[in-house]
Design a protein around this ligand. Structure first.
Ligand SMILES: [Zn+2]
Length: 438
């Protein structure tokens, strides 16, 4: 399914970052920009990339070159934290995290018990990702297995690399959304056995956050992680100050919020902690020591008034970071708009986020944060062929700013500042065209 045995040849400008870095100052050195480039894709993999001059004689006679003059081909964007059932409630007014969950999120998530509804919304969600150039996402479902089955079915149709999981939640939420430790264990296990590593799909054990899981349920989550060690763990951490206070009341025996997860065996190289804004020193240390990752969700953090993520600390302490839209506390599916807001969040902390660093976070850095950098994130030969064709002049204002940009850094920064889904000209997943702008 989705496996393509024909060769595709793409001619355009190409931009990617060649290797994972420990220091943002090293990103630019690892940048590859091929102004007039050529890329061969076969069987869903990158087969060759180089300049037009080097490659033009290798083009098989019967293959049509897909030529995108004036466009830039980039690796597909990687959204490291998003809730698909919240697509329908983006822009819910007036609350911070805990009230926002009670008033808006929980009533919405109740609908995903209905498989047909979940399927319809999964299709909407995946289309939104693709029209925004996002080719891999780390996704929350709801407490209902139906929500995850639907999403995986839709992703599998196009052989999209997607990580998702059923929410585990057995307290401090409305009854109609609660499971129990035992139910959450059985349902998660069944989903893991059905979906994890099926094609390009991967499973994440997904306790919503510490306040909505009893210690017994967190034990069960840890047990699943032990039984299926190469699955992911996906949850929230230190997003909001009231939330942190509440965790300390609920788990007085634990040294910190993160220690709740760590104690239950939920930290590690495949654990993704969304937000991680208000971290104590010991929590940064634990993230580093366990090689856990965090997801920086700027539009969400601004929207819910949660706080400013300390990206500079993450670099300093060598903690892996990806970027997440966090729909529906986040306000856009566009990773470009998300990076635009990331720049502003860092401006408020006197840190100058460069265009290259932003681009890294949305591609290879995001892949690294999900332990997928051996498969996606750049155009290394043999990697999976997920990429976007960007139109850097999609609007008159973009055209004006592109024309007066003086360097690649300028052009890329303007793109991040001004672009959104209008700039996504084509999206390819697994070497196949899955979205074309009208
Ligand atoms: Zn979230």
């Amino acid at each position: 399914m989705g496996c393509n045995h024909t060769i595709k040849v793409i001619r355009a400008s190409f931009l990617d970052i060649l290797s994972v870095v420990d220091d943002p100052a090293d990103i630019e050195k690892n940048l590859r920009f091929i102004e007039d480039g050529l890329m061969f894709v076969a069987n869903g993999r990158i087969e060759w990339i180089g300049t037009w001059e080097e490659g033009k004689d290798k083009i098989p006679a019967d293959v049509r070159v897909r030529s995108y003059p004036g466009k830039i081909v980039m690796p597909g964007f990687i959204d490291t934290h998003i809730h698909y059932p919240q697509s329908e409630m983006v822009g819910a007014y007036g609350e911070q995290l805990l009230e926002w969950l009670d008033n808006y999120v929980f009533p919405t998530e109740a609908r995903y018990k209905d498989k047909d509804y979940a399927k319809e919304m999964s299709e909407f969600f995946v289309k939104q990702l693709l029209r925004n150039g996002t080719t891999t996402a780390m996704v929350f479902g709801t407490v209902h297995p139906e929500s995850v089955n639907s999403l995986f079915e839709v992703a599998e149709n196009i052989n999209m690399r997607m990580i998702a999981g059923k929410v585990m939640m057995d307290r401090n939420a409305p009854d109609y959304l609660l499971d129990t430790p035992e139910i959450s264990y059985n349902q998660s296990k069944e989903l893991i056995e059905k979906w994890h590593k099926r094609g390009r799909l991967l499973y994440a054990i997904t306790p919503r956050f510490a306040p909505t899981s009893s210690p017994e349920q967190l034990d069960v989550a840890g047990r699943l992680k032990q039984e299926f060690p190469d699955t992911y763990v996906h949850t929230h951490l230190c997003e909001n100050k009231d939330e942190i206070k509440w965790v300390k009341e609920l788990f007085p025996e634990r040294a910190s919020y993160l220690d709740v997860y760590h104690h239950h065996g939920l930290t590690g190289p495949k654990s993704i902690f969304a937000h991680s804004i208000h971290l104590e020193d010991c929590e940064w240390d634990c993230l580093h020591e366990t090689d856990s990752a965090v997801s920086f969700c700027p539009t969400s953090n601004l929207y819910l008034g949660s706080g400013l993520f300390k990206l500079q600390e993450a670099w300093k302490r060598k903690v892996k970071v990806g970027v997440g839209t966090d729909i529906g506390a986040g306000t856009t599916f566009s990773m470009m708009q998300t990076l635009n807001e990331a720049y502003k969040v860092m401006q408020l902390q006197d840190y100058r986020l460069s265009a290259f660093e932003a681009f890294y976070l949305a591609t290879l850095g995001g892949a690294k944060s999900l332990s997928l950098d051996h498969l996606i994130g750049n155009f290394e030969i043999g990697k999976e062929a997920d990429f976007v064709v960007i139109d850097p002049c999609a609007t008159p204002l973009q055209q004006l700013r592109y024309d007066n940009s003086k360097s690649l850094a300028d052009e890329l920064f303007v793109l991040i500042t001004l672009s959104d889904d209008r700039s996504i000209y084509r999206t390819y997943v697994d070497g196949q065209l899955v979205y074309a702008r009208n």
